[in-house]
Design a protein around this ligand. Structure first.
Ligand code: NAD
Ligand code: LMR
Length: 343
């Protein structure tokens, strides 16, 4: 409709915009996957100087798409310029892991990047800037950004476990023989790492076995043990399995999950729907305050809220202890190495 009034553009900064994930993400963003079809965006792309040319090439392609919702595109290799007035920061730019590495092996290399970005966000971004960290180790990088951006509300810092949630949905869907859109409320607790805890205890299958019916995930899988063993391991090791096959880490699926994460955070979850986001812990479920921990959340009016009062069985409880311990170790290592670098 030619008379339809578009809203003011939301200013989105994407780091690592010429990398594998960044390249996919900016096109999804241009198509309106972040905030819906009536919300234009201004994109700022940040890259390292040696990736300036591919970043410019990406902009040429974005121009050629003539996306109606893409109001402006800016590129920069200056961290100081990248976050001026930024309302949504998507922090992708970082080194990915290769075969045989764990995500925490990237800790010291990538920690420095996220400290500098936290400081820049603190100084230049919109006071209500919302941050999604994708670069690994995502939870601990998010904790670092948050620590170095103390003037922005803590609730505005999140890391991505939506890819794990989407993987869980798809793995369970193919086991039962339904579409993944029918799966709801699978939860990822803890770290975006091999210790993450995919939890199907709240899971439901819509329209299963018949239209109009809702069945608990446990009831839909004939072998209940599968849900607490093979399912958990397959989801947790999916990132490594993709690296084995592609010889590169997941890219389009990560970019797509980043859109899902931001979309649900801003637009809200549906009634009764739970999604997983790693957020700065307020101590819920006994997790130490300040860790960036993936929780089940619901979202409304641009804010997330942790779903409280869920019960864990013994196995889940043990797994959650392991993922929490890993996050504490990552935090301590990251903060030590950042402190050593500033001496
Ligand atoms: P990539 O190497 O293809 O791209 C990274 C890009 O970031 C490069 O273009 C590089 O020049 C740029 N970059 C590096 N440091 C930068 C900095 N300081 N400022 C701006 N740009 C910078 O990597 P990728 O495959 O796009 O993966 C990016 C990150 O995302 C990796 O850490 C990867 O492990 C992680 N990842 C996370 C998830 C998740 O679910 N959280 C999923 C997949 C990948
Ligand atoms: C993933 O889960 O695919 C990413 O975190 C990349 C990786 O290192 O596994």
């Amino acid at each position: 409709c030619p008379n339809k009034q578009l809203k003011q553009p939301i200013k989105v900064t994407v780091t690592g915009a010429a990398g594998n994930i960044g390249y996919a993400f900016v096109f999804f963003a241009g198509q309106g996957r972040l905030f819906g079809q009536d919300q234009p965006i201004d994109l700022t792309l940040l890259e390292l100087p040696n990736s300036k040319r591919p970043m410019m090439g990406t902009v040429m392609e974005l121009d050629d798409c003539a996306y109606p919702l893409l109001a402006n595109i800016r590129t920069t290799t200056s961290i100081d310029e990248a976050f001026v007035g930024c309302q949504v920061a998507v922090l992708v730019g970082a080194k990915p892991r290769g075969p045989g590495m764990e995500r925490k092996d990237l800790l010291s290399e990538n920690g420095k990047i996220f400290k500098a970005q936290g400081e820049a966000i603190d100084r230049y971004a919109d006071r209500d800037c919302k941050v999604l960290v994708v670069g690994n180790p995502a939870n601990t990088n998010c904790l670092i950004v948050q620590r170095y951006a103390p003037s922005i509300p803590k609730q505005n810092f999140t890391a991505m476990t939506r890819l794990d949630q989407n993987r869980a949905d798809s793995i369970l869907a193919s086991k039962i023989g339904v579409h993944s859109r029918q799966i709801r409320n699978l939860i990822i607790w803890g770290n975006h790492s091999a210790t993450q805890v995919p939890d199907a205890s709240q899971g439901i299958i819509m329209n299963y076995p018949q239209p109009g019916m809702v069945t608990a995930a446990r009831g839909a899988v004939s072998n209940d043990k599968w849900l607490t063993t093979e399912f958990v391991e397959t989801v947790a090791k999916r990132g490594a399995a993709i690296i084995q096959m592609r010889e590169k880490s997941s890219a389009a699926s990560a970019a797509s999950a980043a859109c899902d994460h931001i979309h649900d955070w801003f637009i809200g979850t549906q009634s009764g729907q739970i999604v997983s986001m790693a957020v700065i812990s307020d101590g819920s479920y006994g997790v130490p305050e300040g860790l960036c921990f993936s929780y089940p959340v619901t979202c409304q009016n641009g804010k997330w809220q942790i779903v409280q009062g869920l019960q864990w069985d013994e196995l889940t409880k043990k797994r959650i202890e392991v993922t929490t311990k890993e996050l504490i170790e990552e935090r301590d290592l990251a903060l030590q190495s950042l402190a050593a670098n500033t001496k």
